[in-house]
Design a protein. Structure first.
Length: 102
């Protein structure tokens, strides 16, 4: 997927291999056309959090982070409506994480 290639390219060279290892899991889940919309939303929000962490630790630049965050939103989060609840942005994310923490 183009978004994941852009993420790999945007990361500082000394961190690319480690980040690529994490991205494989996100890419598998988000690239699965048979995945249910809730699982896709959860994985996309987790990916956004991971990208935000990369930006905070200066592994990913601010301009790159903003563009990549926009791409994740447009690709996986705007095509499926989120159910409204107390916190609609993270609906369902309070249960077990979709991707195992490392």
């Amino acid at each position: 997927m183009r978004t994941f290639d852009l993420i790999r390219d945007a990361v500082l060279p000394e961190f690319r291999e480690r980040v690529a290892d994490y991205l494989v899991e996100y890419e598998q889940v988000l690239g699965d056309s048979s995945a249910d919309p809730q699982s896709l939303r959860i994985a996309a929000y987790q990916l956004r959090g991971y990208l935000r962490g990369l930006n905070t630790t200066r592994v990913l630049g601010m301009a790159d982070w903003e563009e990549l965050d926009r791409r994740v939103l447009e690709t996986w989060l705007t095509r499926t409506p989120v159910k409204h609840s107390n916190n609609p942005q993270y609906q369902g994310a309070g249960s077990a994480p979709l991707l195992a923490a490392r």
